[in-house]
Design a protein around this ligand. Structure first.
Ligand SMILES: Cc1cc2nc3c(=O)[nH]c(=O)nc-3n(C[C@H](O)[C@H](O)[C@H](O)COP(=O)(O)O)c2cc1C
Length: 183
C-alpha cells in the first residue's frame, strides 16, 4: 500500500480563470486517491530570471518556489502554447531552477493543452530533457482544441481526452512509485 504522492502542479499561465488551472483541478479529481496535487499559483510573483543573483541572493518567492519543488515527489506542468513557444512566465520559472537543479530526476508530467500546441509541446519536452526530469518521453500528453474538451465547470467532456489523461496519470503513478521504492 503506497501513501499519497505529493505533487506540485504548475499552470503555464498567470491568467486568473485559465483552462489550465481547471485542467489541473480535473487531474487532481481524477487521481485523488493516489495523488495530493497542490496548484502552484506563484508564477506571477517570480522576478525576471537574473544569473547575477541566481543563488545566494535569490528572493523569497524564488526560494519558496524552489522549496516547493524540492518537497514534492513529482511535478505536473499544464501549459498552453504562446506564439508557437513556451509561455514566458513558465520559462522564467524554470530558468530559476537550472542552476539549483530542483527538476533533476524528478518525475514530471507535461500536459500541453492549447488550441494546437505542437510547437510549444516539443519545446517544453526539449527543456525538460535538458534539465533531466525523469522519463519525460513517456510522461507527456498533448491536448489540442482544449476549449472544446473541458466545460466552464472544469469538467473534461471529451471521452478520448479523458481516457488519454487517465492513461498518462496511471503511468505517472507507476513512475512515482518506482522512484519511492528505490529511495
Ligand atoms: C499571446 C497568446 C498567444 C497564443 N499563441 C498560441 C499558439 O501559438 N498556439 C496555440 O495553440 N494557441 C495559442 N494561443 C491560444 C491558447 O491556446 C489559448 O489561450 C489557451 O489554450 C486557452 O486557455 P485560456 O483559458 O488560458 O484562454 C495563444 C494565446 C495567447 C493569449
Amino acid at each position: 500500500m503506497h501513501s499519497k504522492k505529493k505533487i506540485l502542479a504548475i499552470p503555464g499561465t498567470v491568467k486568473e480563470n485559465s483552462t489550465h488551472k481547471s485542467f489541473i483541478r480535473a487531474m487532481a479529481d481524477l487521481s485523488k486517491d493516489s495523488l495530493d496535487i497542490e496548484l502552484y499559483d506563484g508564477l506571477g510573483g517570480l522576478p525576471p530570471f537574473n544569473p547575477d543573483i541566481e543563488d545566494a541572493n535569490a528572493s523569497g518567492s524564488v526560494a519558496a518556489f524552489r522549496n516547493k519543488l524540492k518537497a514534492a515527489d513529482g511535478i505536473i506542468i499544464c501549459t498552453p502554447e504562446y506564439a508557437h513557444g513556451v509561455p514566458g512566465v513558465l520559462k522564467n520559472a524554470i530558468d530559476w531552477t537550472v542552476g539549483s537543479g530542483e527538476f533533476y530526476q524528478k518525475p514530471t508530467l507535461l500536459v500541453t493543452a492549447s488550441t494546437d500546441g505542437r510547437f510549444g509541446h516539443q519545446a517544453m519536452l526539449e527543456i525538460l530533457r535538458v534539465i533531466a526530469t525523469k522519463r519525460i518521453d513517456e510522461l507527456q500528453l498533448l491536448v489540442p482544441f482544449i476549449k472544446t474538451k473541458i466545460n466552464s465547470g472544469g469538467i473534461i467532456t471529451d471521452e478520448t481526452t479523458l481516457l488519454a489523461l487517465k492513461e498518462v496519470l496511471a503511468k505517472y503513478l507507476v513512475v512515482l512509485n518506482e522512484v519511492s521504492l528505490k529511495s
